[in-house]
Structure formats: C-alpha cells, structure tokens
Design a protein around this ligand. Structure first.
Ligand code: Z16
Length: 831
C-alpha cells in the first residue's frame, strides 16, 4: 500500500520541471484542437475558440491524471470521503486548473507566441454558478484541498441546467434572468452514460409476509427517472491527484410511460419526459430560507439516491455482498441537511434490498454519515410536510418513523416521562401539519456533527441541539471553515503572489502558515511601498471594470470599501447604507468634514421572493445615484453596486479591497468565508464579533482589525430586557435624521416613501437584527479606519500583517481537521 500518514508541511514542489507539457507541445496541442475539435484555424478563431482549444489541450493531460488516480485508489482499496452537497459553486475552472497543474505560465507564453492573450480568452468562460453563496463555495474549496492533499474523495451533487440567476439592475431594481452556463458547452465536463442510475419515486408500499414469519416491505414506485452523471475532474495543486466531482442530470427513463407511448400517445409521453427532466433544471435561489417545495425534495432525493447507488456499486465491485466493511470504506459528509434523505435511503437499501436486520443496518448507517450545520436561523432549518414526504417517498417516511420510534425509547431512558423533551427531539414535529425535521434526522443518523466556526459550534451545542449534546457529548464538534489559497490569492492576485514568492519562496500555497514570514517586512518601508503599489494597481484595474460595468468613475486613491455577500437582513447591508448616508449628511453640513475619499462597493444577490432584501438593493442604488451625481460630495464619496456578483467578479474585487465589511449581528453569521479571502489579500476588516471574524481577530491581533458592536452575550441580554429600536432613534439626532431621510423623496425624486420599507423594518418592524443598537459603534469603528488610512505607513503595516497572519484559514487546514476528527482518511499518493 502506498499510503502515508497526513504530513503537515512536507515537500511537494510545484513547477514547470515536473510537467510533461512544455511550451512547444502546448502550442501544437492548441493548434491541433483549433483544427480538429473546433474546425477552425489560427486566422479565423475568435477568443471563444482559442479558449476552448486551450482547455481541450489541458484536459487531455488532466484525464491522464484522473485515470491514474482512480487506478491507484482502486488498487489500494482506499477509504474515501463522499462529499454530498446540493451546491458546488465552482466559478471558472480554466485559471485554477492551469495553476494547479503548474501550466499557467507556459500556457500564457505559448498563447502569446500564437498572438493570443490568456487573460482575455479566459473571460470567455461562464461561471459554474451551481450554488447560492458560502455553503456552495465552501464545497468547491474543500474538493480543491482534498485533491491537493492526495485524499481519496468524490464530490456528489446536481448538474443544474441553470445555476443561480443572472442579476441585472434596471432603474435600481434587481431583475432575475436565467443563467445558462452550458449554452456553448463546457470543455471541462465528461458525460458518463455508462454509469446511469435508475431512481424510483412516488407509488406505494406493499407489506409482505414471508413463510418464516418475516415481514418485509416492497416499494412499488409510480415513476422511474434516470440519473446521468457528468464528471468534472478536480485537479489538486501540484497536479498529481485528480479526483472527481460527479453531478447528476435527470432524464426520462426509457421504460418511462411505455404504455402511453405504445397507445400512440407520443406527445403525452414527451410531456412526462419534460417533467422528469425538470428535476435538475434549476437551482433554488434561496440561501437562508426554506421554500418547502415538492420539486426541491425530489431534487434532494434524486441526487442522494444516485450517489448512494454509485458508491454501493463501487463498494460491491471490491467487496461483493459483504456489508461488514462498508462503513470502514465509506464516509459520507452531508453538507447541511439537503442530502439528509440519504440516511433513510441507505436504511432502505440495507433492509429491503440487502435484507439485513434493522439493528445491523442501523449500525452500518450510523457509522457512515457525518453532518455539517451551516446556520442557526430558524427559517433556514429544513422541515418537510409528512404528507408530501409520504407522497414522494412512502417507504422512506415509514423508515423515518421507525428510526424515530427507536430513538424516542433512548430519550425515555435518559429523561423518563419527560414529554416536553421528547417533543423537542422528535424527528416528527406534531402540529396543525405534521412535519419531518431534517436537522434532527441528521443528528440522530450521523456519528459526527460539526459547526463551521468556534462560536457557531458553541451555539449549536448550547442553543440548537443542547439535549443531543447531553445524550452524545462527543458527537458535536467544530471545524472552522477555510478557503483555498490557490484560487483566492495565487490565481486571483498574481502580482501580490509574485511579491510574496520573492520574499518567502513559492510553497506558501501549500503551507499557508509560511505567510508568517512576511511579518518581518511589515515595518520595511520598501516592502510597504511594493505591497501598496500592487494594491493600487489592482484598484486601478477594478476601477476600469467598474466603469465598463456601471459607467461610474472611481478614483484608485480613494479607500475601496467592499461588502460582497448575499443580501440578507442579518448581514446588515442596510447598516452600511445608514452609515454612508450619515457621511453624506456630515459632508453636506460641513464641506470641510475631513475624511479620506472613500468608494463603497457592493455586490449582492437577493433571493427573488425576499421583498425587503430587494428593497435594500433598490435603496443602495438610489442613494448611490444621488451621491455619485452630487458635485458637493462626489470627490469624497462614491457608492457602487456592481450587478451580478459571482465568483469571477469576487476574484476581481477582492484583490482591490482596502476595507472588508463583515458586519452581521453577533450570533447570526455561522462563519463567513469572504472575510478570510479579503483579509488574505490585505484588506482590513470592519467587523462584529461573529462567526470566523472572532478567529480572524485572534490571528491578526486586535490592533489590525476594527471590531465593533454588540457581542453574542450582549445581544442575548438586550433581547431578554426587551429591545426597543425607538430608544436609539429618539436619542440620536444623526440616526433619526438619516432614517427620516428614507421617508422623503430626496433619493427617489417624485416618489416619496419609495425607501420607507427599510425604515419601517428598523422601527415598527422591531429591528430584528439590531441595526440601530450597533449604529454608533459602527460609525466609530469607521472613523478609526479612516484615521488609520490617513497614516499610510501604519495602514500598509496593518494590511501586510493581515496577509501574513491568515495561515489558519487555508481550507487545507479545515480538511486536515475533518480527516483527523471525523473522516479518518489516509492520503494515497498517485504515481
Ligand atoms: C449558506 O451559504 C450558508 C448557510 C446556509 O444555511 C445556507 C447557505 Cl446557502 C453559509 C453561512 O451563512 C456562512 O456563514 C458560512 O460561512 C457558509 O455557509 C459556509 O459554512
């Protein structure tokens, strides 16, 4: 066995010497693909064709790596993690693959000699936006790290035809347009018709009585749909291990509605096909609220069932019908509760198909699954009406009842006669409508449950699942999130990466703690100048992009203050907006008001049904319009809302940011990951003591971050006392003036009240996220940030120390934590 234990900080060099493709070979391959795959030539090809030919040339090489990796995993019969996630927010793949293969510079040169610019042609790639935000991007960073660390892993998810909607802004309002990322084909994915799975749905359950007195169940499904897998190779940094991300597309099955077809109902049969193909049509755009839609549950079951069948097929190839080693070979990580239906699905397979008895089946099942929780917000916790469940998955509901029944006996043993606790812990919520609680099912069916930052995990134990924590004190744990430094520094910020290489060597993308080595230059005037020159260049580049996208001119000498994340009340973009309005007022009242010029940049999509979130986008755009066109202030203040925020736009904004806005109400942001990306690129955080901000502050030091606002404990105390936003409104003149301003037609001429919903939510609405309570503290922190920026040497030092001290937040560290605490995997080196 070519196995080794996980090494922290070992060799593995990345560079051109080890890669089998040199510049001449690359040129030849690209030209060959222009001719043979794309049917064009060097003179006729446009950027799109050049991009595709380049991908195809590299893909040949990637597929070799994939084959070797799969062979090696098979021969070593490795234990593997299966990362089940309804979302993988991959973004673009080309730059990442080139960097991870060590081919970026050669490809750049090869194309140059062909008269083509790599950066330009990479703009042809559509983002793979198969995710909403942090949860989906986390999955993408994790599979990058898994491959980089040579760990056997498969990502499983859905091959949505349409990813997260494309956002347009019309007259300040968000418009949703379909995302069609595959319109001109995706050169990185491979269709695998040889691995199609059949998935049953609907129907009824028959109870059968065997001769030996054995009672068994048979599910007679009403429909069968096909799952067709598409594989995306996932290249680890260094290019050795190439794992796969396997995404399932739904199709009508061949024997689907044969009767209708034979009866001459060809067109009707087509209608049924359309329904089957609807399953993987579109990603639900809600990030922190549950839509409760039937199709969504079908999506969840569809990809979970396809993935389990795939895993079992592979297991049986090595172990036949011997189930005793299943949980030694297979660990399944549930990324939130979206794939939790995999738990009763595995039970169904083991009991109804493999005919194992319940206890044995359960012992396998409950050693196989682990569950990651990403939120405490009650509206995000998944619940399905039992009636809906029964209609779609009748056998699974029976199994869930049985799991619950046995679990209730365990609860009875711990808290005899305590019905209140039973009601709280039950998988089934009794009420006007019976509901299936997917969080409770996930905790009961998993051997490990983790939160995503220290504070979040502490709150999961204390507030969300305290009784479960009492019953199984070792089950609940923490794994703090991380980000891949390959995409989020090396690839997106090449100038800074080169500067770092020159100072500390080039193996920091694998060993991010080495960035520590930059700290000794934090006071070095020359290094400060170099560091800030790169920031300035990145800002100049972003300014060009901003002008192209919005027509707004911004000055790279201004502070670039960035808030990029989904639009949600708890993330408090409206707190940022109130502060911008306060600055505007101060400047109008006192034209000498001394602040360094600042550009506030926003990027955010609102869930289409989330009215107030859309109102906040509208308000940001209307305030922006007014300020940007007001000659009294627009040399000091600009506000830009960049439309269609997505991974590829983040890659342009993050390297250009001076200030990172991480201003959620304490206790509400589970972790955050944008906070890590921005700090890694030398932006200073203005943030609350929430999620991973707390751990970022611990790493960078209190003097290198601007912390403000209520703590989790203070929020709790305030709630207990009874929070009244009017206390703040009535006692702060500036805050009152700014809120009242929203009621006027100043920002929406001729349309008074167009922004009033914001004010109402923060007053009559009770201000559920305590914007008013944190306003003064936030405004003070912003004043400190302004003051710090005016001392450019001080600012440079702080920025450098942010980059230098982000080592902890590499997703490689997160993955090592998962491996040691939960997955117990062993790396498997490839060739
Ligand atoms: C999501 O992106 C997150 C939580 C959730 O319930 C649903 C979605 Cl789509 C985010 C958290 O809000 C964020 O704090 C965290 O960093 C991220 O998941 C990854 O854990």
């Amino acid at each position: 066995m070519t196995t080794k234990s996980i090494k922290r900080g070992t060799k593995k060099t990345v560079g051109s010497s080890s890669t089998p493709l040199n510049k001449a070979e690359l040129k030849a391959a690209i030209v060959k693909h222009l001719h043979c795959s794309l049917g064009t030539d060097e003179n006729k090809a446009n950027n799109h064709a050049w991009w595709k030919a380049t991908c195809a040339s590299v893909q040949e090489h990637v597929l070799e790596g994939l084959r070797k990796t799969q062979k090696s995993h098979y021969l070593n019969d490795t234990r593997a993690v299966h990362y089940f996630s309804a979302e993988f927010l991959m973004g673009r793949l080309t730059s990442n693959n080139l960097h991870n293969l060590g081919l970026f510079e050669q490809t750049e040169k090869a194309l140059n000699e062909l008269g083509v610019n790599l950066t330009d042609i990479m703009e042809e790639e559509q983002d793979m936006a198969l995710g909403n935000g942090g949860l989906g991007r986390l999955a993408a960073c994790f599979i990058d790290s898994l491959a980089t660390l040579d760990l056997p892993a498969v990502g499983y998810g859905l091959h949505y035809e349409h990813g997260l909607f494309r956002q347009e802004i019309k007259n300040g309002e968000q418009i949703e347009r379909p995302d069609s990322w595959r319109d001109y084909g995706n050169p990185w994915e491979i269709c695998r018709p040889e691995s199609i799975q059949d998935i049953p749905l609907f129907g009824y359950v028959e109870t059968k009585y065997g001769e030996n007195g054995r009672v068994s169940k048979e599910w007679h499904p009403g429909h069968i749909v096909k799952g067709l897998p598409w594989d995306i190779p996932v290249v680890g940094y260094g290019g050795k291990t190439v794992n796969v991300l396997r995404l399932w597309q739904s199709q009508a099955s061949d024997y689907f509605n044969w009767d209708v077809f034979n009866a001459g109902g060809y067109v009707d049969a087509q209608k049924e096909n359309v329904q089957a193909e609807t399953i993987s049509k579109v990603l639900y755009p809600n990030d922190e609220t549950e839509a409760g839609k039937e199709l969504r549950l079908i999506q969840q079951y569809f990809f979970s069932a396809c993935s389990l069948k795939d895993i079992i097929r592979r297991y049986k190839r090595a172990h036949g019908d011997d189930w005793s080693r299943f949980s030694e070979q297979v660990v399944i990580q549930l990324n939130d509760t979206h794939p939790a239906v995999a738990i009763p699905e595995l039970m169904r397979i083991l009991i109804d198909r493999a005919e194992l008895d319940w206890d044995y089946a359960w012992s396998i099942c409950s050693k196989t699954f682990a569950y990651t929780n990403h939120t405490l917000l009650p509206e995000a916790l998944e619940k399905w009406p039992a009636r809906m469940f029964e209609k779609i998955l009748p056998r699974h509901l029976e199994i869930i009842y049985e799991i619950n029944h046995r679990f209730m006996d365990q609860v009875e043993a711990v808290w005899p006669g305590n019905n209140a606790i039973k009601q709280k812990l039950s998988i089934i919520e009794e009420g006007a409508e019976k509901m299936v609680r997917m969080g409770n099912l996930s905790v009961i069916g998993s051997f490990a449950v983790n939160g995503v930052a220290e504070i979040h995990s502490a709150l999961v134990k204390k507030d969300l699942f305290p009784e479960f924590n009492h019953m199984w004190p070792d089950k609940l744990t923490n794994v703090t999130n991380g980000i891949t430094p390959r995409r989020w520094l090396k690839a997106c910020n090449p100038a800074l990466s080169q500067l770092i290489d020159g100072k500390i060597g080039n193996d920091w993308p694998l060993h991010l703690h080495k960035l520590q080595g930059l700290a000794e230059f934090a006071d070095d005037a020359k290094f400060q100048k170099q560091f800030m020159k790169i920031k300035h260049d990145n800002k100049t580049q972003l300014a060009k992009e901003v002008f192209t996208l919005t027509g707004v001119e911004i000055d790279p000498n201004a502070i670039f203050d960035v808030q990029i994340k989904r639009l949600h009340e708890y993330k408090r973009q409206h707190l940022n907006l109130l502060h911008i309005m306060a600055l505007y007022r101060r400047l109008l009242e006192n034209p000498q008001y001394d602040i360094h010029p600042r550009v506030f940049l926003f990027g955010a999509k609102a869930a289409p049904g989330y009215k107030l979130a859309k109102d906040i986008i509208y308000a940001i755009n209307k305030v922006a319009e007014k300020i940007n066109n007001d000659p009294r202030v627009n040399h000091k203040l600009k506000v830009v809302f960049l439309p269609n925020y997505r991974v590829s736009l983040a890659e342009k904004m993050i390297p250009a940011a001076d200030i990172s806005e991480q201003i959620s109400t304490a206790g509400k942001e589970a972790s955050g990951t944008g906070n890590m990306k921005l700090s890694l690129n030398g932006a200073l955080t203005v943030g609350t003591l929430d999620g991973a901000n707390i751990e970022i502050a611990e790493e960078v030091g209190d003097e290198n971050i601007f912390i403000f606002g209520l703590t989790v404990d203070e929020v709790e105390t305030l709630d207990r006392k009874g929070y009244n936003p009017f206390d703040y409104y009535d006692n702060n003149r500036e805050l009152k003036a700014v809120l009242d301003w929203l009621d006027s037609d100043y920002f929406t001429p001729g349309k008074p009240g167009a922004l009033s919903s914001l004010k109402r939510s923060m007053l009559e609405g009770g201000d559920p996220y305590k914007v008013l309570a944190d306003f003064v503290s936030y405004s003070d922190a912003q004043a400190l940030a302004d003051k710090a920026y005016k001392d450019s040497a001080k600012w440079a030092k702080m920025a450098i120390l942010n980059t230098a001290r982000m080592g902890k937040f590499t997703s490689d560290r997160s993955i090592k934590d998962y491996v040691e605490r939960i997955w117990k995997l062993v790396p498997c080196e490839v060739e």
